[in-house]
Design a protein around this ligand. Structure first.
Ligand code: GAP
Length: 405
């Protein structure tokens, strides 16, 4: 095994994820299942925050994008029409072409039909194009957005969350008039970059790659990959494709363009983003080490709106009922009901608690000490600088809210 700094970084991240309850190997007690991972408490919280930030930006903050949550198992005709049955192939090491869709059986006995677990969320949007148009009567341009699981029987799953057999996608199908495709391609490139910056990716590690003709998917006339400098190399993070009218045509779907007074198949710009690759690139971006009191500490510099825990509340000593009572009723309970992602930690000494919270990436640790009882102030420690300041208990909610914006 190579032992350069980059390999060590992956080892450190994988180990931290397991130790601190972010990500566990799938089916571990039975020897695991390659290409699958299970998400622990903090991993779920991190993933939810990330997905929420995507949904907020691309659905809630706009008026032209409609959400959808389609079934994972679809009529197999979908995958015949989309070209996946014939063409979603990868070569095996002995040179054979292998379809990476997972097959499953729907129904029993003679009635049973072979179907597939979806390999992309995109088709769930195309097949609901007519339903969406009929329900909401959108004018062009408009989009559909979906977050959900996708499955690929990858021949060689590898590199932790990077290439899995079960993963999540966040995709948008943005429907436009054909003559506008270049304009909207550029527009979505900017939007994708802006979201990457929002969540706190190290933008110095993000690069654009124009995917050459021979390597593009069968439906695409232009694709760019956003690549990221992972410790194991520069690899695809997300993709942006111009899918033309391929999908709507193949599903025989059309749209009445009232402006032009004609039936058309709108063209599609597709920003496609993997949740798991977003999390992995984020972990790589925020992982940091420094020295505090002669000890090396590792910490995750999550932005407060993405951190799985926004604040940790601790009584200085857990065997002093007056501190515990104050911490619980005046700080923890109100913050917990306001922000949800607030943690109580009275385990070990205060130094140990800080190390634990640093590794989880908690931006603020609030400590209730004996001064608190007389002056109603608490210590708030900043994760990145380890600096501490005294804040009035009455101002704590406002202080934290201000950091989440
Ligand atoms: N609908 C278009 C589409 O599915 P793709 O490039 O095959 O395009 C889109 O996949 C994104 O899904 C990728 O950019 C990546 O973020 C993520 N992704 C694809 N395969 C993956 C895998 N095996 N494990 C984790 N993420 C994956």
């Amino acid at each position: 095994m190579k032992t350069n700094g980059n390999d060590k970084l992956m080892e450190k991240i994988v180990s931290l994820c397991k130790r601190r309850g972010f990500v566990f190997p799938g089916s571990e007690i039975y020897g695991g299942l390659a290409g699958t991972y299970d998400w622990g408490h903090f991993g779920v919280a991190l993933k939810n925050n990330l997905k929420q930030s995507w949904w907020k930006k691309f659905v809630d903050a706009r008026q032209d994008i409609y959400g959808i949550d389609a079934a994972i198992i679809m009529n197999p005709k979908v995958w015949e029409a989309s070209g996946h049955v014939a063409g979603f192939l990868d070569p095996t090491p002995d040179g054979k072409q292998f379809n990476v869709m997972f097959k499953t059986q729907v129904g029993a006995g003679e009635e049973a039909v072979v179907s597939y677990l979806r390999p992309e969320t995109a088709q769930g949007m195309f097949v609901n194009f007519k339903n969406t148009v009929d329900a909401f009567h959108p004018k062009l341009p408009f989009g559909m957005a979906q977050i959900g699981k996708a499955f690929r029987n990858e021949i060689a799953p590898r590199d932790f969350l990077f290439r899995q057999r079960e993963f999540e996608q966040m995709e948008i199908e943005y429907f436009i008039r054909s003559e506008d495709w270049e304009k909207y391609f550029e527009y979505w490139k900017g939007e994708m970059l802006s979201w990457m910056e929002d969540i706190g990716l190290d933008m110095g590690k993000v690069h654009e790659l124009e995917v050459p003709d021979a390597e593009r998917a069968h439906y695409s006339k232009r694709t760019i990959d956003f690549e990221f400098d992972f410790p194991f190399g520069r690899k695809e993070l997300f993709g942006l494709a111009y899918r033309t009218d391929f999908d709507l045509n193949t599903h025989k779907l059309e749209y009445i363009d009232e402006e032009k007074g004609e039936k058309i198949a709108p063209h599609v710009i597709e920003p496609s983003m993997g949740v798991d690759r977003a999390i992995l690139s984020l972990l790589i971006s925020v992982y940091a080490e420094d020295e505090k009191s002669g000890e090396v500490r590792s910490y995750l510099k999550f932005k407060p709106n993405i951190a799985p825990v926004i604040a940790c509340v601790s009584p200085l000593l857990k065997n002093k009922p007056e501190l515990v009572e104050y911490a619980n009723t005046k700080i923890f309970a109100p913050l917990k009901s306001e922000f949800g992602r607030v943690m109580w930690d009275d385990n070990g000494n205060i130094g140990k608690r800080y190390r634990r919270q640093d590794e989880i990436g908690t931006p603020f640790c609030i400590v209730i000490d004996f001064d608190t009882l007389s002056d109603d102030t608490v210590t708030v420690r900043d994760r990145d600088t380890a600096d501490q300041e005294r804040i009035k208990v009455a101002d704590i909610k406002k202080y934290i809210s201000g950091k989440i914006q």
